[in-house]
Design a protein around this ligand. Structure first.
Ligand SMILES: Cc1cc2nc3c(=O)[nH]c(=O)nc-3n(C[C@H](O)[C@H](O)[C@H](O)COP(=O)(O)O)c2cc1C
Length: 349
């Protein structure tokens, strides 16, 4: 019902309305689902389903979204200074394809405003991560990422370095080994230098458009640098020939249904290379319990979604959780963590 109403509004207006509603959600009684418990780089999660970056860019609604039942919420992408992003229209519904194209361009309130909101949070209310990026006109991107780590690291449970948005010119070049290696070591060094408090787990969010050499290099560099995991994946710049919507040629990142297969295959290849040494978050095209479960069987310890909510509405979360319990029964598994990477073992054996 919510999705049908929201689709009468322009996409960005609908998103604003959804955020506004989400802010007001009070803590709701939750059915415990002990079989679905999992962990994200050591962070205990009540179940594996989180909200992907980009929905609550400015950390205005994460409390309500945790109250609604997400196991974790990733705020951001946040850049050091506030910036308006690209001119609208910059978000398109590809209804026929159950997809979105966005070229938001890191519109956000900046790190100080977001830090002030996160500082007031009740840590016991649930897991919150921060996704950090660079200002479009930054003369020194490494220093932007370091600012993100220093300012937001102490306030969140995990950090994600975003080198994969297609909407900030040059950003994805940071995935190239000769740039990624110094970036990751600078970030890990800076985290290690912080004397107070616990070091939050550090993730890298990657694009689904890497070539095989790029995939291999990222796993090697992530392991060498000692980061905790990868978020697989961001939106794609590819446009599969199957797309039918009139908006399919709009520049930007494609998410939703057409991203499911490529992002899950990438996840599986990365999981094979990482062999349990990196925590993997599976994201891209999840709109059903079967798809969430497929990411877990492909090696994800947790999953995130965004576009699925636009087409399925907020009831999707509950449907996924109920469905995951059914799928565990089908596979005769007691707990979800027994399903992580199951497809990899099956193939290997
Ligand atoms: C409107 C919109 C804005 C997004 N903004 C961000 C962002 O700021 N940072 C980021 O890392 N990912 C961003 N994403 C990507 C999502 O986090 C996710 O990786 C991608 O949409 C694939 O998941 P999905 O198919 O479930 O939507 C955005 C996605 C959408 C649709």
């Amino acid at each position: 019902m919510f999705a049908a109403l929201a689709h009468r509004l322009p996409p960005e207006t609908a998103h604003g309305l959804a955020l506004w509603c989400a802010r007001a959600i009070p803590p709701l009684p939750r059915r415990p689902r002990p079989r679905l418990a999992t962990a994200l780089a050591g962070l205990p999660l009540p179940h594996p389903v989180g909200l992907a970056a980009g929905f609550d860019k400015n950390a205005v609604a994460f409390r309500g979204l945790l109250n609604f039942g997400f196991a974790f919420v990733e705020v951001g992408t946040v850049t050091p200074r506030p910036q308006p992003g690209n001119p609208p229209p910059r978000l398109f519904r590809l209804v026929e394809d159950r997809a979105l194209v966005n070229r938001m361009g890191f519109n956000n309130d900046g790190i100080e405003a977001v830090a002030a909101r996160l500082a007031r949070r009740d840590r016991a209310a649930g897991v919150v991560g921060a996704n950090i990026g660079v200002n479009r006109d930054s003369p020194d991107p490494i220093s932007d990422y370091l600012t993100g780590i220093e300012r937001l690291g102490p306030l969140v449970d995990y950090l994600v370095v975003n080198v994969s948005s297609p909407n900030t010119p040059g950003l994805r070049d940071w995935q190239r080994p000769e740039r990624l290696a110094p970036l990751l070591s600078a970030l890990v060094r800076r985290l290690g230098e912080r004397e107070t408090g616990r070091r939050p787990p550090l993730f890298l969010k990657i694009a689904p458009d890497l070539d095989p050499a790029g995939e291999e290099a990222i796993v090697t560099l992530a392991l060498d640098a000692g980061i905790d995991g990868l978020v697989v994946a961001n939106t794609t710049i590819a446009r599969p020939p199957s797309l039918r919507s009139p908006w399919r040629e709009e520049p930007g990142g494609l998410s939703g249904d057409p991203l499911f297969a490529p992002s899950t295959e990438l996840l599986r290849r990365i999981a094979r290379r990482a062999r349990g040494r990196l925590a993997l978050v599976g994201v891209g095209g999840i709109d059903s319990p079967e798809r969430a479960y497929a990411k877990i069987r492909a090696g994800a310890c947790a999953v995130q979604l965004y576009t699925g909510l636009v087409y399925e509405g907020p009831g999707l979360l509950r449907r996924i959780l109920d469905g995951l319990e059914r799928l565990l029964d089908r596979d005769r598994l007691d707990r979800l963590d027994q399903a992580i990477g199951l497809d990899l073992e099956a193939r290997a054996g």
